[in-house]
Design a protein around this ligand. Sequence first.
Ligand code: NAG
Ligand code: NAG
Length: 120
Amino acid sequence: MVPLTLILALATATSTLAAPTPDSSPSTSDTTTLEARKSAQSCKIINVDHYVNCRYQPSLDAGEIFGLKHGTEYVFACKAKGDCYSGNCSWDQITLYGTTCYVNGYFTDSNCSSEKLPAC
Ligand SMILES: *[C@@H]1O[C@H](CO)[C@@H](O)[C@H](O)[C@H]1NC(C)=O
Ligand SMILES: *[C@@H]1O[C@H](CO)[C@@H](O)[C@H](O)[C@H]1NC(C)=O
């Protein structure tokens, strides 16, 4: 008969080994990895001739604080849900000169996609 202490030792060893194995639970570990990878992104301003308005809130009615220039890269911290523009209801948050404002996702490149930017 196998001693109880040996059975416990084996059980512990098995579960310790099982946890970090990538294919033990693929969907859970993928989601965790993706969430962990989300961070501020450097995104280019697109779909506008000159400047796009950066607004006080993620809303088309909110006051304009800055104009962000077409083709220039800016660092956006996170994304927030707001008014939809051209089918895009996600707004990218940026802080410039100590002031936070939002640009609709329609005007930022794919670096600002929801897969990369964390929620605000
Ligand atoms: C996307 O982000 C990467 C990493 O921050 C940066 O090097 C690259 O220039 C960005 N590309 C665009 C098109 O914004
Ligand atoms: C909204 O904008 C983001 C960032 O530019 C982009 O990744 C996403 O595909 C856009 N969504 C739609 C529905 O156009």
